[in-house]
Design a protein around this ligand. Structure first.
Ligand SMILES: [Zn+2]
Length: 474
């Protein structure tokens, strides 16, 4: 049998075949076109715009399709191309390449340049992609370090004390004053065009005499400059004391300071939590409060010690705690304990602004007065507080009344001098001569004015270098 296909149907079949062929051609062409249109690998993170003598940064490359075959990164400057990073593939879909630019070693010079990233992939395209560049980025090489000049500094310093450094910095965006591992802020002073700054530097009580001190400056390109501060360290020694912890004291204080302490647990365990953890918390809070400071001196003349007070504990006294004859803890006492009558007025030691009021763990009810440049005074164990945060206070103004709140044995004022939240001895600041020699003199030498109220004739008799009354009880 022969099947007879009608003429009309044969024509239809022909059209269908042509259509199918056309579709195949169009499909192939668009598939090939799509393959060609897929772009090469892209850089997904922007490199730094500005680099200094040495810069290290990653460049992350991602293939749109296929895999990154290899990466070559070069700095092009004045027509010369210097390869600064290279990785041979295949590297996968995404690759992170560490780049190190070292201007001297790579013979790069200061000025404009281009960072070229070349990264081919293994994705098939009918026509090869331009293998040269996945991306280019403008780059500026800044090889000029900031300038730092120390104008003056306190000559003789002691651990547990304070120093002043005046300096000038040019071309820096980050400036710090470093003593050992600690860094402290500085404040602009004098005419802005001069670029002079000052810093009060606290020297911790346990700072080794060999700890280096320096002004460090860094610019946006990462260039750094550092100048040593020529302090002459005269080591200072501090007393030791023994504190007998009694059950009566534990019964009075642990429930107040550690209300969450389980009633069945020994009170001495609660005391150790208070004496260690709460003391540490208070230190951290003091650092935070220390950052809330005026950028200029608010104080005038010497600081005043409350009238008719006896000193019965000193700054940086190392205290060994005994309980039932057993040594249970060792801590350092950071203030002066000043006692007179119960609920005696606690006067502001100098002019300033109240920056903290309220309970502060072992310190009980506490007031902190800011005197500017990071210098603050702290008043603890208060029974009442008469000032609030933001109040401007005069020298001698009553801040509240002394008491026994916090870890206090009897009614007294625990008084601290702080610089950037670090406790220092109050003795220096009670002494007008010390302020004149160690703070005013370097300020004047640098041509940055002086602290008001320090003229020998202008000083009140009580301000004149007599220092605190030192009569130890116990
Ligand atoms: Zn105290």
């Amino acid at each position: 049998m022969i099947a007879v296909v009608p003429r009309q149907s044969r024509r239809k079949l022909g059209v269908l075949v042509i259509l199918l062929l056309l579709l195949a051609v169009v499909g192939s062409v668009s598939y090939v076109g799509w393959r060609q249109s897929v772009s090469g690998p892209v850089v997904v993170n922007a490199p730094p715009r500005l680099v200094g003598h040495k810069a290290t940064f990653p460049i992350t490359i991602e293939a749109r399709r296929g895999h990154v075959l290899g990466v070559e990164i070069a700095v092009v400057q004045g027509g010369r191309s210097t390869v600064v990073a290279k990785a041979d593939g295949p590297l996968g879909r995404r690759a992170e390449i560490p780049v190190t630019i070292e201007a001297a070693a790579q013979k790069l010079r200061e000025g404009e340049a281009t960072l070229e990233v070349r990264a081919p992939d293994d994705f098939w395209r009918p026509l090869r992609l331009d293998p040269r560049a996945a991306a280019t980025f403008p780059l500026t090489l800044d090889l000029t370090p900031p300038k730092v000049e120390v104008l003056s500094a306190t000559q003789y310093v002691s651990n547990g004390g304070v120093a002043l450094v005046a300096f000038r910095v040019d071309g820096a965006t980050a400036i710090e004053v470093a003593v050992g591992p600690a860094v402290f802020p500085s404040f602009p002073m004098g005419p802005p065009e001069r670029g002079a700054r000052v810093a009060l530097v606290p020297l911790p009580w346990d700072m080794p005499a060999t700890a280096p001190a320096a002004v460090r400056a860094r610019d946006d390109a990462g260039n750094v400059a550092s100048r040593g501060i020529p302090f002459e360290m005269k080591p200072r020694r501090f007393p030791r004391d023994v504190i007998n912890v009694t059950d009566a004291f534990l019964q009075a204080k642990v429930p107040e300071l550690l209300p969450q302490h389980p009633p069945a647990a020994p009170l001495i365990d609660g005391f150790l939590v208070v004496n260690r953890d709460q003391r540490k918390q208070a230190e951290e809070e003091k650092r935070r409060i220390g950052a809330k400071t005026a950028d200029k001196p608010l104080w005038e003349g010497a600081f005043v010690q409350p009238r008719n007070t006896k000193v019965f504990a000193n700054f940086a006294e190392t205290r060994t705690y005994l309980y039932q004859g057993r040594e249970i803890d060792t801590q350092v006492h950071f203030g002066y304990d000043l006692a007179s009558t119960k609920q005696a007025p606690a006067p502001a030691a100098n002019k300033g602004v109240v920056v903290f009021t309220g309970p502060l763990t072992i310190y009980g009810n506490t007031v902190v007065v800011d005197h500017g440049l990071g210098l603050q005074t702290l008043y603890a164990h208060m029974s009442s507080i008469d000032v609030k945060v933001g109040d401007q206070v005069a020298k001698g103004q009553e801040l509240g009344r002394t008491g026994t709140t916090g870890l206090a044995i009897g009614d007294h004022l625990h008084y601290e001098t702080l610089v950037h939240g670090i406790s220092v001895t109050p003795v220096e600041w009670w002494d007008a001569k010390w302020i004149r020699d160690r703070i005013n003199l370097p300020l004047k030498t640098a041509g940055l004015g002086e602290i008001a109220g320090l003229e020998p004739s202008a000083a009140a008799p009580g301000d004149e270098g007599s220092g605190p009354t030192r009569r130890r009880r116990r």
